[in-house]
Ligand binder design. Sequence first.
Ligand code: FE2
Ligand code: FE2
Length: 302
Amino acid sequence: MNTITKAFDSAQVENAEKQITVRKNMDFSQNDIPKYWFAGSPFKTRVADSLQMTFPVGERYFIESVRAYRDDITDDKLKSEVKDFIMQEAQHGISHEQINDLLRAQGMPIDKMEKRLKSILNNHTKKLSREFNIAHTAATEHLTALMAKAFFHYRSTMQGVDPNMRGLLAWHAVEEMEHRAVAFDVMRHASKASEAQRYTAMALVSTLMPLFTLARAVIMLRVDGYTSFQIARMMVSKDGLPWLFAKEGILRGITSEYADWYRRDFHPNMHPMVHNYQDWVDVYEKTGDPIEAGNAMWAAGY
Ligand SMILES: [Fe+2]
Ligand SMILES: [Fe+2]
């Protein structure tokens, strides 16, 4: 028994590890998605748009970082999880790129933003070590799994969100939870990434991701026609930065799980799954409809 398993209640760890299921051909009726799909709020919508527009390029980078170790993985279970991880991430990229097409049609400079991100991440792949890239990927995967909790733990967070977008985000959240340990296990078992690289990667990504997300959201709001003054007012309103960072903001409840990354015995499966994970799975298995499954997951929030 390894130290991680010893450190946590075994029932909880068992509950925390789920089968990675590859689901294809997801249809989120993107043509019916309203411009301000996040409860009619321009600020919330553009922050979420700004985050989601990075997923196709970001997920390709995660795939590359994990693939770089394909010949070093000896464990058959991990090999097969890597395959499923790659397939899940590829599907996420396809669906989020469809949303990016909607944003392009609204005049958003998605091509420019994707090009910039691609050039940063290509530089990482070419110039930084394989170890740092897998540590960076594992750190970002920890954040994406925590986002699943941040968005779906409480019903109030996704109140008033367009059901197609909520369905897309719920499906993505469920699969991020399922494969949350894969990049970490590759880093631990197939790479020689140091603890210093692991901590530095998280410190970097958790600082830069919110900053870049907000910066792109501001650009999008400017394209929407809002003035700098109007954007500044949006940011200080209760639906602005307090919605994200205040005591009652959506990032509440994930700070201690975020901080656990810096423990030496951290493992993604030390945390329970988002409590309404199974509600999504049950409805999806019954109906094959990811929008209904997303509704069920949301309705089961606390
Ligand atoms: Fe993903
Ligand atoms: Fe992921």
